[in-house]
Design a protein around this ligand. Structure first.
Ligand code: GAR
Length: 192
Protein backbone atom coordinates (compact mmCIF):
# COMPACT_ATOMS: atom_id res chain seq x y z
CA UNK A 1 0.00 0.00 0.00
CA UNK A 2 1.20 3.52 -0.81
CA UNK A 3 2.02 5.42 2.36
CA UNK A 4 -0.56 8.03 3.32
CA UNK A 5 0.49 11.67 3.43
CA UNK A 6 -0.15 13.04 6.91
CA UNK A 7 -1.59 16.46 7.62
CA UNK A 8 -2.29 18.37 10.84
CA UNK A 9 -5.17 20.81 11.27
CA UNK A 10 -4.73 23.87 13.49
CA UNK A 11 -8.05 25.30 14.70
CA UNK A 12 -9.29 27.62 17.45
CA UNK A 13 -13.05 27.69 17.09
CA UNK A 14 -16.13 25.83 15.89
CA UNK A 15 -14.12 23.48 13.70
CA UNK A 16 -16.56 22.93 10.83
CA UNK A 17 -13.69 22.96 8.31
CA UNK A 18 -11.75 20.50 10.47
CA UNK A 19 -14.76 18.17 10.54
CA UNK A 20 -15.14 18.50 6.75
CA UNK A 21 -11.46 17.69 6.14
CA UNK A 22 -11.58 14.66 8.44
CA UNK A 23 -14.71 13.42 6.68
CA UNK A 24 -12.97 13.79 3.30
CA UNK A 25 -9.61 12.33 4.20
CA UNK A 26 -9.88 9.84 7.04
CA UNK A 27 -11.17 6.83 5.18
CA UNK A 28 -8.95 3.77 4.71
CA UNK A 29 -8.41 4.25 0.96
CA UNK A 30 -7.56 7.97 1.13
CA UNK A 31 -3.97 8.88 0.21
CA UNK A 32 -4.15 11.74 2.75
CA UNK A 33 -4.82 11.36 6.46
CA UNK A 34 -5.52 13.90 9.21
CA UNK A 35 -3.02 12.69 11.81
CA UNK A 36 -3.83 15.25 14.48
CA UNK A 37 -5.78 18.39 15.28
CA UNK A 38 -4.06 21.05 17.35
CA UNK A 39 -5.69 23.94 19.19
CA UNK A 40 -4.58 26.92 21.27
CA UNK A 41 -7.98 27.24 23.01
CA UNK A 42 -8.76 24.92 25.87
CA UNK A 43 -12.52 25.23 25.34
CA UNK A 44 -12.62 25.27 21.54
CA UNK A 45 -15.63 23.33 20.20
CA UNK A 46 -13.32 21.73 17.65
CA UNK A 47 -11.85 19.52 20.40
CA UNK A 48 -15.02 17.63 21.18
CA UNK A 49 -16.05 17.37 17.54
CA UNK A 50 -12.81 15.92 16.24
CA UNK A 51 -12.27 13.61 19.21
CA UNK A 52 -15.78 12.24 18.61
CA UNK A 53 -14.57 11.38 15.09
CA UNK A 54 -11.62 9.44 16.52
CA UNK A 55 -8.97 12.07 15.78
CA UNK A 56 -6.86 13.31 18.67
CA UNK A 57 -6.94 17.02 19.48
CA UNK A 58 -3.84 18.34 21.20
CA UNK A 59 -4.03 21.53 23.23
CA UNK A 60 -0.99 23.74 23.71
CA UNK A 61 -1.23 26.67 26.15
CA UNK A 62 0.06 30.13 25.24
CA UNK A 63 3.67 29.79 26.42
CA UNK A 64 4.11 26.60 24.43
CA UNK A 65 2.73 28.32 21.32
CA UNK A 66 5.11 31.22 21.73
CA UNK A 67 8.16 28.98 21.69
CA UNK A 68 6.67 26.55 19.17
CA UNK A 69 9.14 23.74 19.96
CA UNK A 70 6.61 21.37 21.55
CA UNK A 71 4.26 21.90 18.62
CA UNK A 72 7.00 21.14 16.08
CA UNK A 73 7.97 18.03 18.06
CA UNK A 74 4.36 16.77 18.06
CA UNK A 75 4.07 17.35 14.30
CA UNK A 76 7.35 15.63 13.51
CA UNK A 77 6.61 12.66 15.77
CA UNK A 78 3.41 12.09 13.78
CA UNK A 79 5.13 12.40 10.39
CA UNK A 80 3.09 15.47 9.40
CA UNK A 81 4.00 16.83 5.94
CA UNK A 82 1.54 19.70 5.63
CA UNK A 83 0.07 21.97 8.31
CA UNK A 84 -3.43 23.19 7.53
CA UNK A 85 -4.96 26.16 9.37
CA UNK A 86 -8.76 26.14 9.62
CA UNK A 87 -10.01 29.02 11.73
CA UNK A 88 -6.76 29.24 13.68
CA UNK A 89 -6.44 32.55 15.52
CA UNK A 90 -2.88 32.86 16.79
CA UNK A 91 0.43 33.79 15.21
CA UNK A 92 2.48 30.87 13.94
CA UNK A 93 5.75 30.78 15.89
CA UNK A 94 9.07 31.06 14.06
CA UNK A 95 10.09 27.56 15.11
CA UNK A 96 7.11 26.19 13.18
CA UNK A 97 7.70 28.43 10.13
CA UNK A 98 11.30 27.25 10.04
CA UNK A 99 10.44 23.56 10.45
CA UNK A 100 7.72 23.67 7.75
CA UNK A 101 8.82 26.19 5.08
CA UNK A 102 6.09 26.49 2.40
CA UNK A 103 4.27 23.66 4.13
CA UNK A 104 1.77 25.70 6.16
CA UNK A 105 -1.45 26.85 4.50
CA UNK A 106 -4.38 28.95 5.66
CA UNK A 107 -7.91 29.58 4.48
CA UNK A 108 -9.31 33.09 4.77
CA UNK A 109 -13.01 33.89 4.24
CA UNK A 110 -12.60 36.80 1.80
CA UNK A 111 -10.87 37.63 -1.46
CA UNK A 112 -7.51 38.82 -0.12
CA UNK A 113 -6.04 41.41 -0.09
CA UNK A 114 -9.53 42.68 0.73
CA UNK A 115 -10.50 42.32 4.38
CA UNK A 116 -7.38 40.63 5.70
CA UNK A 117 -5.00 41.42 8.53
CA UNK A 118 -5.08 41.38 12.30
CA UNK A 119 -8.55 41.10 13.85
CA UNK A 120 -10.05 39.98 10.54
CA UNK A 121 -11.45 36.54 11.19
CA UNK A 122 -14.73 34.72 10.96
CA UNK A 123 -17.86 36.85 11.21
CA UNK A 124 -15.85 40.11 11.41
CA UNK A 125 -14.70 39.54 7.84
CA UNK A 126 -18.26 39.14 6.56
CA UNK A 127 -19.37 42.25 8.47
CA UNK A 128 -16.55 44.22 6.81
CA UNK A 129 -17.49 42.92 3.33
CA UNK A 130 -21.11 44.05 3.83
CA UNK A 131 -20.07 47.42 5.31
CA UNK A 132 -17.85 48.04 2.27
CA UNK A 133 -20.71 47.26 -0.12
CA UNK A 134 -18.64 44.68 -2.04
CA UNK A 135 -20.50 42.88 -4.83
CA UNK A 136 -18.42 39.71 -4.39
CA UNK A 137 -16.72 37.82 -1.62
CA UNK A 138 -15.18 34.36 -1.42
CA UNK A 139 -12.22 32.44 -0.10
CA UNK A 140 -8.45 32.68 -0.31
CA UNK A 141 -6.14 29.75 0.34
CA UNK A 142 -2.59 30.93 0.89
CA UNK A 143 0.78 30.03 2.37
CA UNK A 144 1.59 31.31 5.82
CA UNK A 145 4.48 33.63 6.51
CA UNK A 146 5.31 35.91 9.43
CA UNK A 147 2.64 38.49 8.46
CA UNK A 148 -1.12 37.93 8.90
CA UNK A 149 -2.82 37.00 5.62
CA UNK A 150 0.12 38.04 3.44
CA UNK A 151 1.68 34.75 2.27
CA UNK A 152 1.58 33.79 -1.43
CA UNK A 153 -1.90 33.02 -2.71
CA UNK A 154 -2.53 29.45 -3.87
CA UNK A 155 -6.21 29.67 -4.89
CA UNK A 156 -9.24 31.93 -4.69
CA UNK A 157 -12.92 31.25 -5.35
CA UNK A 158 -15.62 33.92 -5.45
CA UNK A 159 -19.32 34.05 -4.67
CA UNK A 160 -21.83 36.88 -5.01
CA UNK A 161 -22.87 39.10 -2.12
CA UNK A 162 -26.69 39.38 -2.16
CA UNK A 163 -28.49 42.67 -1.40
CA UNK A 164 -30.32 41.14 1.58
CA UNK A 165 -27.27 39.31 3.01
CA UNK A 166 -26.54 39.37 6.72
CA UNK A 167 -23.07 38.43 7.99
CA UNK A 168 -24.52 35.01 8.81
CA UNK A 169 -26.01 34.29 5.37
CA UNK A 170 -22.81 35.43 3.68
CA UNK A 171 -20.78 33.26 6.07
CA UNK A 172 -22.87 30.27 5.04
CA UNK A 173 -22.19 30.86 1.32
CA UNK A 174 -18.48 31.33 1.97
CA UNK A 175 -18.33 28.22 4.18
CA UNK A 176 -19.82 26.18 1.33
CA UNK A 177 -16.90 27.29 -0.88
CA UNK A 178 -14.45 26.36 1.89
CA UNK A 179 -15.90 22.85 2.26
CA UNK A 180 -15.71 22.25 -1.48
CA UNK A 181 -12.30 23.73 -2.32
CA UNK A 182 -10.06 23.36 0.75
CA UNK A 183 -9.86 19.54 0.46
CA UNK A 184 -9.25 19.85 -3.32
CA UNK A 185 -6.39 22.33 -2.90
CA UNK A 186 -4.79 20.27 -0.11
CA UNK A 187 -4.96 17.17 -2.32
CA UNK A 188 -3.36 19.04 -5.18
CA UNK A 189 -0.54 20.36 -2.99
CA UNK A 190 0.26 16.91 -1.61
CA UNK A 191 -0.44 14.67 -4.57
CA UNK A 192 0.07 17.00 -7.54
C1 GAR B 1 -13.60 29.90 8.47
O1 GAR B 1 -14.54 30.61 7.71
C2 GAR B 1 -12.20 30.34 8.12
O2 GAR B 1 -12.05 30.74 6.78
C3 GAR B 1 -12.04 31.53 9.04
O3 GAR B 1 -12.62 31.15 10.24
C4 GAR B 1 -13.71 30.26 9.95
C5 GAR B 1 -13.56 29.05 10.84
O4 GAR B 1 -14.73 28.29 10.79
N1 GAR B 1 -10.64 31.88 9.19
C6 GAR B 1 -10.24 33.14 9.34
O5 GAR B 1 -11.01 34.08 9.41
C7 GAR B 1 -8.74 33.33 9.42
N2 GAR B 1 -8.37 34.70 9.34
P1 GAR B 1 -14.72 26.81 11.34
O6 GAR B 1 -14.07 26.85 12.75
O7 GAR B 1 -16.16 26.42 11.42
O8 GAR B 1 -13.91 25.97 10.39
Amino acid sequence: MVQQKKIAILASGAGSNAVNLINRFNSTDSPIHVATVITNRVKAAVREKTEAMGVECLYFPKDEWLSGHEVVKALQERGVELVVLAGFLAMIPNALLEAYPDKIVNIHPSLLPRHGGKGMYGIHVHEAVLAAGDARSGITIHYINEHYDQGAIIAQRACPVMPDDTPETLAERVHALEYEYYPQVISQLLLG
